[in-house]
Design a protein around this ligand. Sequence first.
Ligand SMILES: [Zn+2]
Length: 218
Amino acid sequence: MNTQYTPRTRRIFLLIVILMFILTACTQKTAPQDSNISMKGNQFTNSSSREGYEPIAIVNHISDGSMDSMDNWFTNPNNRVSSAHFGVSRAGEIHQYVDIHRMAWANGLSEEGILRAEAEIVRDRPKINPNLYTVSIEYEGTDGDLTKEQFEASVWLHRYIQSEVRRIWGKEIILDEQHVIGHNQIDPLRRPDDPGPKFPWERLYHVLKNGSSSPSTG
Ligand SMILES: [Zn+2]
């Protein structure tokens, strides 16, 4: 038997379809932007406004512990001191704690600290907290000796951050020695071994400058 729909019923169906489409489009904006990333941040994760500053550099850090302890610490109500945008596990999983629109509490400095920084990009901005214009990545581990999976996830994540900054702010983070740095270059006194003596800087710069993998190809 043929079901006959009145024009009114058809209009309601059409409206529902349109509403579902709009709803899907809206949720996609707030959900983790990419399936490679699991959002782990919660209401206890520390973050603040970027106060109008745009990200111009990516900072690499060592978490000095396991991925579980990183997840725990960055979502813990007792943590009133630190956070990061992303964490990369030794298995190559990427966790996100802070939305890239906001600043993480990852590499803040006093005004005297800024003058002692090694990174030019920091010393060139003597009155500005480096958290305001950076995106931070933490790595599971203790010495920066990344696993193969972790290194590949790191390369993907650097390119992903670059593409997100382009999408959101219309600006280009150049993936070179001046704009991809370690916490040790921001705070050499208190964080001399962050992201670790074995962090593969040379290999990372080489792939970021010459490699072909991009967020769209995974
Ligand atoms: Zn650090």
